[in-house]
Ligand binder design. Structure first.
Ligand code: G3I
Length: 367
């Protein structure tokens, strides 16, 4: 009897514990009504398979909170996507929190998951002005010290995965809206050559990896994308190893790129011999007009248009979204806005945007 009581107590505590900690990442408040069952099972071809047939990779960033805590998240991830980008886990502040300590545990869980599911992991980002640890921001290092620190960081992170990570975002968001170089800790203390150095170091650490520069609000031909064009042209002229440019594409229905300009823009980078990719695509709908249904249809069309531009470009090799379910999006986390920028709804149902992408990938032509 005593034993039974004890057992009941242990089971009770265990169940309450599991309920309490089932999902630790806060899901964003749904705009679309959440229905009971997650739509994770289907016999239809997944996006990754269709995309592969069309010669591009389809990917998403991965938020480690839901990755650990939400089985449906992992299920849909493994089923639909080929390229995984750790949304935060490789950022300087998380992977290199103190000067002599690295923490690769989160990323390595993801790499194992990718290997088990025949996926690839994309490296993001090696050199950025944001998400830096305190010891860098407040270190007051000399130029030589900072060069050494960055070199060690890049070589340690890239070198650890030599031959395993096909693509790295090496330098991220280094250009201002007017095309000039952004005032960052790296520019201020090292000078503009930090960009050349970072690409060189990454290449030395893994000569096979494709190296990308990543930027936002550069989808159209504008002052900022001109700045990127000038930057990467200079890198190529100086023989610095760079393979591509990532267009982040954090968009909204009221600020979608004009497609003719986007096409010309992609083309000029392709003409330099560089690949282009959509690397962080998402699209807000709250800034649009009309009913929810209408805005979702507009969102679907815009996703389709961008995919089409990618398929039609000379060398657009991937379309990667920044998250995949409206249940978890950085927009809600960072700005507090309730948004629906992705291709699955909060209950993992396919949205019109998913269907539009799927339909285009399944069609024979690009139009
Ligand atoms: O995990 C820590 C937690 O330990 C801590 O207590 C808490 C306190 O604020 O912060 C948590 O870290 C947050 C992290 O996301 C993980 O959730 C950071 O504050 C928060 O700033 C961070 O936001 C990320 C942001 O980049 C800054 O690194 C977003 O999730 C991520 O989606 C966003 O991604 C960027 C791309 O890397 C580059 N392009 C733009 C894009 C969107 O901003």
């Amino acid at each position: 009897m005593k034993y039974r009581l004890f057992l009941a107590l242990v089971v009770g505590v265990l169940v309450s514990f599991l309920i309490l900690f089932r999902v630790s990442a806060t899901p964003s408040a749904p705009i679309l009504s959440a229905t009971a069952a997650a739509e994770t099972e289907t016999s239809e071809a997944p996006l990754r398979e269709l995309a592969q047939k069309r010669g591009i990779g389809i990917g998403t960033s991965v938020d480690m909170g839901p990755f650990w805590n939400d089985a449906n998240y992992r299920k849909v991830l493994a089923r639909e996507f080929k390229i995984l980008v750790p949304e935060n886990a490789w950022k300087f502040e998380f992977v290199h929190p103190t000067r002599d300590r690295y923490d690769f545990s989160q990323v390595e869980t993801l790499i194992k998951f990718a290997q088990d599911n025949n996926m690839e992991v994309r490296g993001h980002p090696l050199v950025w002005h944001y998400s830096l640890p305190k010891w860098i921001n407040e270190g007051n290092f000399s130029r030589d010290e900072l060069i050494k620190i960055l070199e060690t960081h890049v070589k340690t992170v890239v070198g650890r995965y030599r031959g395993q990570i096909p693509t790295w975002d090496v330098v991220n968001e280094a250009i201002n809206r007017d095309g000039s170089l952004r005032d960052t800790i790296w520019l201020r203390n090292i000078g503009p050559e930090y960009i050349d150095m970072a690409f060189q170091w990454a290449h030395e650490a893994d000569p096979q990896a494709k190296l990308f520069y990543g930027e936002y609000m550069t989808e159209e031909i504008n002052q900022k994308s001109d700045g990127v064009y000038t930057l990467v042209s200079g890198l190529l002229q100086r023989g610095v190893p760079i393979n591509g440019v990532g267009f982040q594409s954090h968009l909204g229905l009221s600020y979608l790129p004009r497609l003719d300009s986007l096409r010309k823009n992609f083309d000029r980078f392709n003409q330099l011999g560089l690949e282009v990719q959509f690397t962080e695509l998402d699209m807000k709908i709250q800034d649009g007009k009309g009913s929810l249904e209408k805005r979702l249809a507009e969102q679907a069309k815009a996703y389709r248009d961008l995919l089409q531009a990618c398929l039609q470009a000379k060398k657009c090799t991937a379309l990667i979204t920044w998250g995949f379910t409206d249940r978890y999006t950085w927009i809600a986390d960072v700005t507090g806005e309730v948004e629906a920028p992705l291709i699955f709804d909060p209950s993992y149902h396919r949205k019109p945007a998913y269907n539009a992408i799927k339909e285009l990938l399944s069609s024979n032509g690009n139009g």
